[in-house]
Design a protein around this ligand. Structure first.
Ligand SMILES: Cc1ncc(COP(=O)(O)O)c(C=O)c1O
Length: 246
């Protein structure tokens, strides 16, 4: 990014990114990356946009920007703020939002904008997440998932890496650290496919791609975790035995 900005910084209007990636599996930002982006974009007058559609109200009440202490110029939200119903929202600094109608010239509207049903579901969800201790408990559940999966996956000899940030998590079928798209793309997607179908047969519905993050919900129980770990254990043991035979 530094090189790109040194070469073409004056031409770059905006930078948009997932502060913790979910769309290549869960990949946290390298240390200093978000802070560095903030500093460079500020220097060049480039609008920094965090796509917090996955991370907003998940990684903290204030999203990834609260968790990492880096404030962008604009934020996109979705998912949690609709309580499971379709919704999207964007917001940002006053000087930017004043460009949007009715105060500014940019008209933004949609048939379902402000849809009362989605707003009601979203408000109910936001109220639930405002309960004292909600995010602390969600953090614990995320940790619990990582520890449990680490333990059962470690019983086999199939290479794997687990990434987890709060209640966002992924298991990648690769032995090396997954820190960006290139390292995520080294995953054995055939192994993932086999794992996915095994888990589904056991009643555990994961996102059907190696490159989707998984979400732990406050509704998940200890029983759900145990069932998931047991199903995963079976697969790792079976896959290790098959690898040993071939
Ligand atoms: C990080 C991220 N941003 C944006 C979107 C798009 O949201 P929508 O499908 O509501 O347009 C998604 C969809 O999953 C997403 O994961």
């Amino acid at each position: 990014m530094r090189t790109l900005f040194e070469e073409r910084g004056e031409e770059i209007a905006a930078v948009i990114l997932e502060p913790v990636c979910g769309n290549m599996g869960c990949v946290p930002p390298a240390e200093g990356y978000l802070e560095g982006l903030r500093e460079i974009t500020q220097r060049y007058g480039t609008v920094l946009i965090f796509d917090e559609v996955m991370t907003g109200f998940r990684l903290a009440r204030g999203g990834a920007q609260e968790r990492y202490g880096v404030v962008p110029d604009m934020t996109c939200l979705g998912k949690i703020i609709g309580g499971g119903l379709p919704v999207g929202a964007f917001g940002g600094k006053r000087e930017i939002m004043e460009q949007v109608a009715p105060s500014g010239p940019i008209y933004q509207a949609g048939t379902l904008s402000g849809n009362p049903l989605a707003m009601t579901a979203g408000l109910a969800t936001l109220r639930a997440t405002s309960e004292p201790g909600f995010y602390e408990r969600l953090e614990e559940l995320g940790e619990r998932w990582r520890r449990g999966m680490q333990e059962v996956a470690g019983e086999g000899d199939v290479p794997f890496t687990i990434n987890q940030v709060g209640s966002m998590a992924s298991i990648f079928f690769t032995g090396g650290a997954v820190t960006n798209f290139d390292s995520a793309a080294r995953s054995d997607t055939k192994a993932f496919k086999d794992f996915f179908w095994h888990m589904l047969r056991c009643g555990i519905y994961l996102a059907p791609s190696q490159y989707e993050a998984g979400f732990i919900s406050s509704a998940h129980s200890e029983e759900d975790f145990e069932k998931t770990f047991e199903a995963a254990r079976e697969w790792f043991v079976k896959a290790s035995a098959e690898a040993g035979r071939s």
